[in-house]
Write a protein that binds this ligand. Sequence first.
Ligand code: SF4
Length: 219
Amino acid sequence: MTADLVRTVAEPSRHCPLCPRLVAFREQWRALEPSWHNAPVPSFGPEDGRLLIVGLAPGLRGANRTGRPFTGDYAGELLYSTLIKFGFATGRFEARPDDSLRLRDARLTNAVRCVPPENKPTTEEMRTCRPFLSATIGRLPHLGAIVALGKIAHDQVLAAHGEKLSHYKFGHGAVHRIGEMVLFDSYHCSRYNTNTGVLTTPMFHAVFAKVRAHLDSLG
Ligand code: SF4
């Protein structure tokens, strides 16, 4: 475990000042939409679970608006229905933080906690936000599996573990062992990827079927 992984602060403050471009974007949207969350989006789900799912960053009108990861835009529809199907969530997903949906044995976070313009964080912003991901990982004592939604999440998880990126090639459906933990790669469940057929529902389900089988094998 690297020093990053034992850092204790897993959740940035609402006014985290570390990325000037993202702070300016946040302030712009606070002025435009004062009722929105418009702040770093905290992780969601219990800390005693065995699964962590890592996305890229909050969507402007999704998590940045509602304050819960993958809630309020298209990506959440496929993700949460899949989590319910494979027993990682209960309740009903209604795209609102006050719906009855609860995660079970799973936690959900983003590699970058603030919404980036055009959904594209810079390399520097990813690096700056990484300690929060590292701390999030470090606070999961029973962690057995991580699902990385997209290559950026995959790279950030590896970097948080102090692993060389060149040793672990990203690919949809790829599975990597990192010590006691297994990393499962998936294409991101964005509207763009699903609309273009890069990611289909069966492809996404196949990843979570593997995760379920792996965790079940651990007993
Ligand atoms: S992206 Fe992360 S490090 Fe950057 S301002 Fe937001 S919370 Fe802070």
